[in-house]
Design a protein around this ligand. Structure first.
Ligand SMILES: *Cc1c(COP(=O)(O)O)cnc(C)c1O
Length: 347
């Protein structure tokens, strides 16, 4: 590719002009003052929590229904993840259940715009103000989603993005970014991602090595030009599914805010006999996936939570299944999926 040739010939492979240029383009896209490229999405979240000084003994509220990385970012800092159940309709954290989990040790609410849909941020930001908490967004699945006219990444104090290849904006390898309007945080993070160093061989903090790769940056800059179009295509597919899948055994996803609040990283449906449904789909040459089969509190890594009960998350994890959706699917593929699903009945 031409853009990678440019990097090759520049002779500058770490934190060069391509990363800088992508950072300013992505900040501009999200509507934030600042963006910093980092190595991956998990690092983005972990670094934000670290930069806010959240650590041992502190509590961070996080949804019980999420990809494990959201929760790992809290554990990695020695802080305690406090799980809050989602709304069954949207799969996102239920704002009405947050306040009862706030204690004097709570420092932040880490929201996850899961499957591409923005969380109900109004009441969450109000609670954060009332209790003086930071709001950190996990935007790994929601690049470009809009809540009340503002893009994700600009709905809290700081946000982490992943550019893992399968995400709505994906690199050709690992990548991530942090967006924020907080200048002090931005400056601290600029050093933290680079050994804690602002100036070569001078270290203010015990930092990390977590940088967006110079070769991935121009690829991301180019793909960012197509993100809105790709998301619009995903939305067309989702709208077609939602309008045309009519089967009493299949529960379609619900969009709570406006249409642009969802960028359909996945199209999740629920069904009681999931295994049978997936086998049926497979028999018709349609691949379905589970996001995710085991809830975080049932993972071996979090054995300490094995006796905790999060019934809504457990129900979601046992019934959810993702239909094919991608910017490269055409309408005939989508129509076929609908026909096959509408003819399904469990035995
Ligand atoms: C992918 C993902 C992450 C982690 O991003 P990586 O770049 O793979 O580290 C974090 N949170 C959510 C919700 C994700 O989907």
């Amino acid at each position: 590719m031409e853009c990678t040739q440019k990097v090759l010939h520049s002779g500058w492979y770490i934190l060069g002009n391509e990363v800088k240029s992508f950072e300013s383009k992505f900040a501009n896209y999200c509507g934030t003052e600042y963006c910093l490229g980092v190595a991956n999405g998990l690092d983005a979240l972990e670094l934000i929590i670290h930069a806010y000084g959240i650590g041992a003994g502190d509590e961070v509220i996080v949804p019980s229904n999420t990809y494990i990385a959201s929760i790992l970012s809290i554990s990695a800092n020695g802080a305690i993840p406090i799980l809050v159940e989602p709304e069954l309709a949207t799969y996102n954290i239920d704002p009405a259940l947050i306040e009862e989990k706030i204690t004097p040790r709570t420092k932040a609410i880490l929201v996850v715009h899961l499957y591409g849909q923005t969380c109900d941020m109004g009441p969450i930001v109000d609670l954060a103000k009332k209790y003086n908490l930071k709001v950190i967004e996990d935007c790994a699945q929601s690049h470009g989603a809009i809540y009340n006219g503002k893009k994700v990444g600009n709905l809290g104090d700081a946000a982490g993005f992943s550019f893992y290849p399968g995400k709505n904006l994906g690199a050709l390898g690992d990548g991530g970014a942090i967006t924020t309007n907080d200048k002090e945080l931005f400056e601290k993070l600029s050093a933290l991602r680079n050994y804690g160093s602002h100036k070569k061989y001078e270290n203010l903090y015990k930092g990390y090595n977590s940088r967006l790769d110079e070769f991935q940056a121009p690829i991301l800059s180019e793909k960012l030009n197509w993100l809105d179009e790709d998301n619009a295509h995903r939305r067309n597919i989702a709208n077609y599914y939602s309008a045309n899948i009519i089967n009493s055994e299949i529960i379609n996803p619900v969009v709570k805010s406006g249409a642009d609040s969802h960028v359909w990283h996945v199209y999740p449906v629920r069904t009681r006999n999931r295994e049978q449904f997936m086998n049926y789909m497979d028999g018709n040459n349609i691949q379905t996936l589970i996001h995710y089969p085991i809830p975080p509190h049932k993972q071996e890594a979090y054995k300490e939570w094995e006796n905790m009960s999060y019934p809504i998350s457990e129900q979601i994890h046992s019934e959810i299944v993702s239909l094919p959706i991608s910017p490269v699917m055409d309408l005939s593929d989508v129509k076929y999926v609908v026909e096959v699903i509408n003819a399904y009945h469990s035995s």
